[in-house]
Design a binder for this molecule. Sequence first.
Ligand code: CA
Length: 405
Amino acid sequence: MDLVRAGPRVVSTTIRIPDGSPFGPHNLPYGVFSVAAGAPRIGVRLGDTVIDLSVLLDDDGADRVFSAASLNPFMAQGPARWAEVRERITALVAADLPDEALHPVRDVTLHLPVEVADYVDFYASQHHASNLGRLFRPDAEPLLPNWKHLPVAYHGRAGTVVVSGTGIVRPSGQRKAPDEAVPTFGPSQRLDIEAELGFLVGVGSELGERIDVDAFAEHVFGAVLVNDWSARDIQAWEYVPLGPNLGKSFATSISPWVVPLAALEAARVPLPEQDPQPLDYLRGGQDRGLDVELVVEWNGEEVTRPPYREMYWSPAQMLAHMTVGGASARTGDLFASGTVSGPERRQRGAFIELTWGGKEPVTVKGEERTFLRDGDVVTISAAAPGPGGTRIGFGEVTGTILPAG
Ligand code: CA
């Protein structure tokens, strides 16, 4: 092997991938990274190495999309280009790469991977919706009459979507317990998490046009982990009749690595049975469930493992519903699944469910806990099956609670 070439220094071996790494050659998630004072640019992760695509691929004449500070320009290029780039990366990493394109993941700063356009959060877990119904409306049917006919959602605040690691300032707002006559203002006393998957739109649609449930892969680029931080006391007082607002808008955290849809093919599973049959425009996405297992750690201790395969509505149905009225989708749109909860207690993806409204604490580091305290750290990670028994890792989304401002 010729180690003394002209031009960039070349490493003589391929990148070493630690045994069992969920960032093997079948995953190849994209992110935005910087090194020291360098500008943010696009990288792909293999093992514990970040490969700088601005060095390797930005000579191909396709608008230097990998030198951008967000994935949006690349995502906008569409599925044929996504597939071509994935093939090129797969070929590149099997050969020698210039040293200047490789960085240990511990040496890089990871940034928000996309410029978020619009943000919609669904409510697609029947277990979560039923549990929240019982907790918020104890005297009524847990599921409202529309729930099995359409994927319920609200529009969130795109500008407060932050990357993993960003500190979460405890929100203040109005809250009123049922036994109080008037509301009071102050820091939330029931600060919570929601463990979710989020999907990123690469190719949008025109105003007035629908995205068909079968056209999902032509529009959606990949998936991230989402923590939809939620102030339950603020939410409970404000949400009737128009839904969540300040109880959610203060911050939503996402993971820095975007797992491409192509890496999740082996994770596809059918949805749980949908009964009653959904209306025509929602039929066809039922094969788009995903076998992704989330893990939630509270101050370093695992407290729950929400299974995404239990979700009632598929992301293809969510996107079809989001656009069926003619709303356009845009590059960078983020739509999240809603809290992922399974049927078992230790599969519930929010602490309000896990502790049943704060009445059944869980033990964390030897202490009985219900909602979040200042200084608490919550980390959500996830993995899915890949081809040939491999695992596809999502990395993690983490956040520390900071005192109210
Ligand atoms: Ca949510």
